[in-house]
Ligand binder design. Structure first.
Ligand SMILES: [Zn+2]
Ligand SMILES: [Zn+2]
Length: 263
């Protein structure tokens, strides 16, 4: 367990955290880029939702913003570590301190609260007057890729980053559950910006799949702006009727294309 005892261990921990956070982003992005052979071309067959090709220099611009985001996440993580050491957080290390059932439930509770926070934050960030200062950086990526996953303006990164640390002060979370949530967050962001659908055909109607956001769902947010504000799950978009009317058709087109065609 990390013990920060002075400036040297503080900065060493900060550097290790930055490497872990930014490294995890780079790793996931590279894995998705190569393993899934992500094509950065327009995969949409639909005429109404044409995508433009990725802009020149877009990869490096997104990686640059993602490095800044990782720095902000690191700074906030350092704050949580100091608070944890001082005994202010509810993070625990003895798995038997609460019922074992609490472990998965605590993760679901955090994901639900994170989803709710992000959905409404995201709606707010699309308000005229807020959008250009906070959220436009992320939407400069009309055609996304895994590199877009952390490409946010520092104001947006900060707003996004505060919720999970805040929850560690009120919800008892096992240390590894916190790690798992952060991995899920990065994984989900990489998948959602993939621009290549990796879910199987008809998954958008599956009992579980219909509640999960994926590449097609979030791609439509980047091309249409007015729909699909969710983070991990589709329920707020369904409840608030902000799911794109083109979603199911586009999902069908993308999943049938991916079976037949291109190299
Ligand atoms: Zn947006
Ligand atoms: Zn996005």
């Amino acid at each position: 367990m990390i013990q920060i005892t002075g400036p040297a261990t503080f900065w060493l921990t900060a550097v290790l955290f930055f490497i872990a956070i930014f490294g995890r982003y780079v790793l996931f992005s590279i894995v998705f880029w190569w393993v899934f052979k992500v094509s950065m071309k327009d995969q949409f067959a639909s005429r109404e939702v044409q995508l433009r090709p990725r802009k020149a220099g877009q990869d490096w611009r997104e990686i640059g913003w993602s490095a800044v985001t990782s720095l902000i996440f690191t700074a906030i993580a350092m704050g949580v570590i100091l608070a944890y050491q001082a005994g202010f957080t509810q993070i625990y290390t003895d798995i038997h301190r609460y019922s074992l059932l609490w472990y998965p439930v605590s993760i679901l509770v955090v994901l639900f609260i994170h989803e709710t926070y992000y959905y409404w934050l995201h709606r707010w960030m699309h308000q005229p007057g807020i959008y250009r200062w906070v959220h436009k950086t992320h939407h400069d990526s009309l055609t996304t890729s895994p590199w877009t996953a952390f490409s946010f303006h520092p104001l947006e990164s900060t707003l996004q980053a505060i919720i999970i640390p805040a929850l560690t002060f009120v919800i008892p979370l096992h240390l590894t559950a916190v790690g798992l949530i952060l991995i899920l967050m990065t994984l989900s962001s990489a998948v959602n910006h993939l621009n290549t659908e990796i879910y199987p055909k008809n998954f958008d109607h599956h009992w579980l799949g219909r509640w999960l956001i994926g590449a097609t769902h979030h791609s439509l947010h980047h091309t249409q702006f007015r729909f699909n504000y969710g983070l991990y799950f589709t329920f707020w978009d369904k409840w608030m009727k902000t799911e794109s009317p083109d979603f199911h058709r586009t999902f069908g087109e993308k999943t049938s294309n991916s079976i037949s065609s291109e190299k």
